[in-house]
Design a protein around this ligand. Structure first.
Ligand SMILES: Cc1cc2nc3c(=O)[nH]c(=O)nc-3n(C[C@H](O)[C@H](O)[C@H](O)COP(=O)(O)OP(=O)(O)OC[C@H]3O[C@@H](n4cnc5c(N)ncnc54)[C@H](O)[C@@H]3O)c2cc1C
Length: 556
């Protein structure tokens, strides 16, 4: 394990690439995977962990975006629903349809009539490929969700969208790219473009773990750094003439599912006509999100007390009998939407479309869009890269894009005779773990879950739960380090085994043991281990900062 990073760094500094991607979020990982599958030589660098930016801080929905109908952005909805159908098919272990309930109230926007018309259009744009929406009477709605506000309830609609684990979806793209031959390095920051006779010749990269810097030789630089895009362009010496992005901040809070026991994802319209959700997620319920302009540190985006109060007030309005308070909040996360700058006055009106900008000779920036459309964005970007390469006499023999048909690795070979449920049974038997653990392994690693079952069969201690309430087991920690490029405690507990979000203590209790195991595998010194642990404790502290903010000074 210890040599993996050194090997990646050696490969990056000795070979010549067709493209080097900056940013290992969903967009960058998608681009690396698409490009390597077409036969290009690909490098990718990420300044922290893969998926640690916006791609682990979303609402985790793979959706058409019902609210874009309100803004008549039909193309966006069409693209989103189409991608949703594809991802449910190409990654069923990670992207699962769930029912959404949109309750409507007399005298409030939107009315049941409006919603019915909207949902017909939504299902039609999805070419009626999902389970169709169903209209319900008020009585039927409160049978479905008994805790919902009943006063003036006029009815509701149940429709289907999909949920995922955003960080895992990103990681699986990245790992597939690596397995196909892309050279990838985490904790590696882009510092400057290298030029040869004025033309891009590569990137200067700083190694944030091992120290020092090195050069990557590449014909094209793709800036896929999401909300950081403008800043990265400045940092690498090609500043944009005007800011191209207007990132807005979104916060989520997480409560115990016992405190908010909704079976459906519930759509909640706010007083300012925004759409928010409660979403069932394992043993928890997610409430989100806010949408505010942001001027703070991009690397430490956190929930404020005002964000948390706004979300609790919305949830309490819809579920008045529950009386949720700040003490119910187990975890929070916040991120920046990489939105393209427009003249829109309200943050919610800023377009969710994406754009590819071509800068001075060889730097392409792709920004905007959504997690849902990452595959499509990647395809367009790689098309542009190939056009540029061909124009310069390279990339003569490339293959067409295959990501529309090729399953993600965890779904490779799945079929009617080999279902995820069957694999879960096999895993439970081979590893001698309970059903919930087996289920979690299969709906995380897909067809690769038996590899972890085998690890557990060899050493039973690896099948023990890390946290008694959650179905994560120790084998996942070892696997994260050995095969999934986890390099810090935060990489493991923040995204690969996300106790940061799910555990009551956010993983603080087990973090020292995780650090010890990682240290043994990665050959850490005591000082490295303590540093990684302290850094994780900082991440947890940031997510809890809202608790200590005085109410009067809280700002969104
Ligand atoms: C609150 C919120 C809710 C959302 N909900 C949804 C949803 O439900 N469904 C949906 O489809 N979309 C949703 N989105 C949008 C979606 O999350 C983003 O569009 C998507 O994750 C962006 O991915 P990205 O790869 O472009 O950016 P990121 O994931 O931010 O990746 C950019 C990466 O670049 C790295 N980087 C930055 N600077 C450098 C440098 N100098 N060198 C190297 N690397 C660098 C960063 O560390 C980061 O990992 C939501 C967004 C937010 C904020």
């Amino acid at each position: 394990v210890t040599g993996q990073r050194e090997e990646a760094r050696r490969c990056l500094s000795t070979e010549t690439f067709d493209l080097v991607v900056i940013g290992g979020g969903a967009t960058g990982a998608g681009i690396a995977r698409d490009a390597i599958l077409r036969g290009l030589k690909v490098a990718l660098i990420e300044k922290r962990d893969y998926g640690s930016g916006t791609s682990s801080r979303s609402s985790k929905l793979i959706h058409g975006g019902l609210r874009y109908l309100q803004q008549a952005q039909l193309k966006l909805v069409f693209e989103g629903t189409n991608e949703r159908a594809l991802l449910v098919h190409l990654a069923p272990h990670l992207v699962r349809p769930i029912p959404f309930l949109f309750p409507t109230y007399k005298g409030r926007f939107p009315t049941l009539g409006m919603m019915t018309a909207g949902l017909w259009l939504y299902d039609a744009l999805a070419k009626f490929r999902t389970i169709r929406h169903k209209r319900h009477s008020a009585r039927s709605v409160y049978t479905l969700e008994p805790e919902l506000q009943r006063d003036k309830l006029s009815g509701g609609i149940v429709y289907y969208d999909a949920v995922t684990d955003d960080a895992r979806l990103t990681l699986e793209n990245l790992l597939d790219a690596r397995d196909q031959g892309a050279c990838v390095l985490n904790y590696a920051r882009a510092r400057g473009v290298r030029r040869d006779h004025g033309r891009v010749a590569g990137l200067e990269v700083e190694d944030l773990l091992a120290g020092g810097s090195f050069a990557v030789k590449a014909r094209i630089v793709v800036n896929a750094s999401g909300p950081w895009s403008d800043r990265v362009l400045e940092a690498i010496g090609v500043p944009p003439e005007r800011p191209r992005l207007r990132p807005t901040k979104g916060t989520h809070i997480l409560v115990d599912a016992k405190r908010l026991p909704a079976k459906h994802a519930v759509v909640m319209a706010t007083h300012d006509k925004r759409v928010t959700f409660t979403i069932p997620w394992r043993h928890r319920t997610v409430i989100g999100t806010t949408d505010t302009d942001y001027q703070g540190d991009y690397d430490r985006v956190a929930a404020t007390r005002a964000d948390v109060e706004y979300l609790l007030a919305t949830a309490n309005h819809y579920f008045p009998s529950l009386g949720l308070t700040m003490d119910d909040v187990l975890a929070t996360w916040a991120g920046l939407r990489p939105l393209i700058a427009t003249e829109a006055a309200k943050t919610g009106d800023v377009s969710r479309e994406h754009e590819i900008f071509v800068d001075q000779g060889g730097v392409l920036t792709i920004a905007g869009g959504k997690l849902t459309t990452y595959r499509r964005m990647a395809r367009e970007c790689v098309d542009d890269v190939i056009r540029e390469l061909k124009h310069r006499g390279f990339a003569e023999e490339v293959r067409p894009c295959t990501t529309e048909d090729r399953p993600l690795p965890g779904a490779m070979g799945l079929g009617e005779h080999h279902s995820l449920e069957q694999i879960a049974l096999e895993v439970a038997r081979r590893a001698d773990v309970d059903e919930e653990v087996a289920h979690n392994l299969v709906f995380t690693y897909g067809v690769n879950a038996p590899r972890l079952a085998e690890m557990i069969a060899q050493d039973r201690r690896l099948g023990a739960r890390i946290d008694p309430e959650m179905p994560y087991v120790w084998a996942q920690v070892d696997h994260a380090v050995r095969t999934e490029l986890a390099a810090t405690v935060d990489d493991v507990l923040g995204r690969r085994v996300p106790l940061l979000l799910m555990a009551r203590d956010q993983g603080l209790g087990v973090a020292p043991e995780v650090a010890r195991r990682m240290g043994a595998l990665l050959g850490w010194t005591d000082e490295q281990r303590e540093r990684s642990l302290a850094q994780y404790e900082d991440v947890v502290a940031d997510s809890r900062r809202f608790r200590t903010e005085p109410a009067a000074e809280a700002t969104a």
